[in-house]
Write a protein that binds this ligand. Sequence first.
Ligand SMILES: *[C@@H]1O[C@H](CO)[C@@H](O)[C@H](O)[C@H]1NC(C)=O
Ligand SMILES: *[C@@H]1O[C@H](CO)[C@@H](O)[C@H](O)[C@H]1NC(C)=O
Ligand SMILES: *[C@@H]1O[C@H](CO)[C@@H](O)[C@H](O)[C@H]1NC(C)=O
Ligand SMILES: *[C@@H]1O[C@H](CO)[C@@H](O)[C@H](O)[C@H]1NC(C)=O
Ligand SMILES: *[C@@H]1O[C@H](CO)[C@@H](O)[C@H](O)[C@H]1NC(C)=O
Ligand SMILES: *[C@@H]1O[C@H](CO)[C@@H](O)[C@H](O)[C@H]1NC(C)=O
Ligand SMILES: *[C@@H]1O[C@H](CO)[C@@H](O)[C@H](O)[C@H]1NC(C)=O
Ligand SMILES: *[C@@H]1O[C@H](CO)[C@@H](O)[C@H](O)[C@H]1NC(C)=O
Ligand SMILES: *[C@@H]1O[C@H](CO)[C@@H](O)[C@H](O)[C@H]1NC(C)=O
Length: 782
Amino acid sequence: MKAKVLLAAQLAYTACWEGAMALYTRDDTLVPYLDPKLSARDRASDLMGRMTWEEKVGQLGGIRRVASRSNGKLTFNRTSFEHIRETQNGQIGPGFQFNWAEEVLPVLNEVRAEQINSSRLHVPYITISDSINGIWVSGGSLFPGTNAMASSWNLELYGKAIEAIRDENLALGIQWVLAPEVDLARDPRNGRNGEMYGEDGYLTGEFATRYIQVMQQKDENGWVRVATTIKHWVYGQGSGGVNRASMLGGLNHILNDLGASYVKPIRDAQPLSLMSSYSTVDGVPLSINKYLLQDILRGTLGFKGLIMSDANAIEYLYTESKVASSAADAAQKALKAGLQHELHPSGNGVFTTLIKAKEDPQIVSIVNSSVLALLEIKFLTGTFDRPLPTQENLAKTLRKEEHLEINRQIIRESVVMLKNDGLLPLKIDDVKQVAVIGPYADIINAGMYAACNATDPVYGSTLRRSLENKLGAENVLYSMGTNSILPSNNTDDKIIKEAVALAKKAGIAIVMLGSGLGTFDPATVNNQRTDQEGFAHADLNFPGQQMDLVEAILETGVPTVLIMSSGQTFLLPDSIFGRTNAVFHSWLSGEYTGDAITEILFGETNPSGKLTVTIPEANGAFPVSYDFLPSDDAGGFGTALLYDWHWPQVTRSPPLRFGFGLSYTSFSIGNSTINVDGARDNSTVKLSASVTNKGGMTGKEVVQLYFRPVVSLIEFPVMKLIGFQKVSLDPGQSEKVEFSIPYHDLGYFVNGEWHVDGGNYTFWIGSSSRKEDLTQLNVTIS
Ligand SMILES: *[C@@H]1O[C@H](CO)[C@@H](O)[C@H](O)[C@H]1NC(C)=O
Ligand SMILES: *[C@@H]1O[C@H](CO)[C@@H](O)[C@H](O)[C@H]1NC(C)=O
Ligand SMILES: *[C@@H]1O[C@H](CO)[C@@H](O)[C@H](O)[C@H]1NC(C)=O
Ligand SMILES: *[C@@H]1O[C@H](CO)[C@@H](O)[C@H](O)[C@H]1NC(C)=O
Ligand SMILES: *[C@@H]1O[C@H](CO)[C@@H](O)[C@H](O)[C@H]1NC(C)=O
Ligand SMILES: *[C@@H]1O[C@H](CO)[C@@H](O)[C@H](O)[C@H]1NC(C)=O
Ligand SMILES: *[C@@H]1O[C@H](CO)[C@@H](O)[C@H](O)[C@H]1NC(C)=O
Ligand SMILES: *[C@@H]1O[C@H](CO)[C@@H](O)[C@H](O)[C@H]1NC(C)=O
Ligand SMILES: *[C@@H]1O[C@H](CO)[C@@H](O)[C@H](O)[C@H]1NC(C)=O
């Protein structure tokens, strides 16, 4: 047996896979776990039964970042690798993001082949990686961030983008991704908002379901292409907007709001794994929160996959939260609460301490089931059976023309136009020069889980370069506007003066401001990091000197277009919004964001993105997600005040609200109808409306459907999204859109039980969550 397995591994390594496959299947004495004809579950239990205690504990962790980088070169530290490998060999990750795929592949393949060769039972690593904008090493297609892609409200196109990202991951051998992230972006301070789809559970659930279905779609051998990890159960409203901070959360809030985005993906797409969050919810860290992990996640929501920790989360139980006295104590508490796998970026994992618990039958039993869960993912994904990836296929797959084309398309639909007073689209003949200004105008602001070096010509263009391609370099006057996006460097206004002079000279200013990770491009905002994990915004204005910069430009009276670049939203006070001719949010960029904005500026692309997060109006005026509870905006006493926020006087319903976004054409949504088919439990609410393009340009509109029961058992949001469709229409063209909402989908959780109200309902159909953009429809379900 051994010789044949070795041979198989060797053949796999050299890509002669057909031969290896034949060896396995022709051998009558084949051990069951090596037999691809058996089910994943049977193979996993056969293998588990053959493993020693140490081998089992080894499967509970891994080596998430095999390669590192120093002095511009990939480094692989064999000593530390071997040290970790001794005790943690479940998964392996490519890390580090600025290494190139083609440099990492041989290292990964070498250690993967060694593992198959040298481990007693020839148990391969499963290869794991973050994956948001694409593969998490350099050299792949760089898609925009999650909230950018969600702003397209185009599920079909998103599915194609994920297919491309999936195939690039597979070409690198990645068979397990740490995505989708379904946390809701409900706190504008949270520096990770760009990794999330937006503030709404329904929209997030739809996108996440698509992500999982596409990633986990089986291939022609019946193997799951790429396993997914839905995360972070449960998170999104850490106190202060801080990533790892505690949060409150009664069960109704968790199931109906923060966790609503898990319901559909778990039910309809079955992610093979889930990552528990860093959050301490109501005093109990998720890593030991048996109630939320077992009773609610597995019991109420029916999650069946593997539960893993977030990176270092088990360690934090004793180093930070002090709810465990030692590594061993933390490991046992986490395991007993339901964590089955440990994510640990480097060094010894905490689960390795379980080695000493061999005599504890409760621990042994949970380790058994945890190992089974991991092995099942390995067998389902074909990890034992697939050949190792080849350089040839990698080169053929990464940055394939089809992938780049889908990338261009989704970026065009991701940019959201928030204002246009008629300045846009620009007419090419009228524009002699433009000034392009701002610290984000000449970088690709892609975010933390992206690998992009904007100065590398392999990737697409920055906004500055796109404009130069369009107008000629001599016609694009560029200034960074400020070299300081950090408040501590807020003094020198020399560059602001230079930018102002360029704006005056050109007669039109395109200003790109924002926040980000800023890792690349030493000449610009290198290391001036304001966002992402571990960075919350206490001030929702553009960080650093950027406010001074934009105000100075606007002071000139030169026509100005403002483009936001970030995963965050920023305040847009009247002094800025009111004086700017056009405003966009472009979110965390993909490599063609600069091109898409250029096309939009000149009217070659008609913007069609819509906000998936509401933009607050003041530093203290949040939460502002559109789906607040009626009592959240009840108003003051006696003096006819309509709402509680004063000085400045703002409401829970800012104008730049969820679902809002402009086009160069105008749409009207009318002729709406509503009917109920069937009785009560078996009923379906049927709605229709016609959308007409009343303007002069082809464009896309997102028809949105919201609802609420008139009277509910517990307080229900003022409205909730329950459907959306994006349609493309030529000038004068009309299209009928229809929605069918099953009675069941109108419900919500009350103390863990799904409840649906009968009686009267209000629906709204229109082009955003703003009442003025909606038509109300009443219906009775009896
Ligand atoms: C754990 O699995 C082994 C097979 O590897 C089995 O022999 C043992 O009975 C199991 N122990 C418990 C407590 O489930
Ligand atoms: C490699 O790892 C070992 C063990 O962690 C460490 O002592 C050593 O300094 C590392 N070597 C380099 C070149 O970083
Ligand atoms: C695997 O084992 C065979 C036989 O011992 C050896 O010739 C080969 O070099 C090994 N391959 C790797 C990648 O370790
Ligand atoms: C980014 O790309 C440029 C141009 O290829 C190169 O000179 C630079 O070293 C790269 N930076 C990093 C950090 O890889
Ligand atoms: C502020 O700017 C100076 C000079 O440009 C630079 O040396 C320093 O590192 C900057 N400080 C911060 C916090 O970025
Ligand atoms: C409503 O329907 C009529 C007739 O089909 C059509 O002419 C009109 O454009 C529709 N209205 C809207 C707003 O789509
Ligand atoms: C719904 O349909 C089921 C079976 O189709 C039936 O048993 C049940 O009585 C129906 N409920 C109502 C309220 O009509
Ligand atoms: C439901 O709506 C109908 C029609 O508008 C109305 O007559 C009825 O009073 C409403 N019922 C309740 C309980 O509000
Ligand atoms: C729908 O019902 C509300 C009361 O819930 C009422 O104010 C409104 O006029 C009704 N609209 C239509 C179109 O019937």
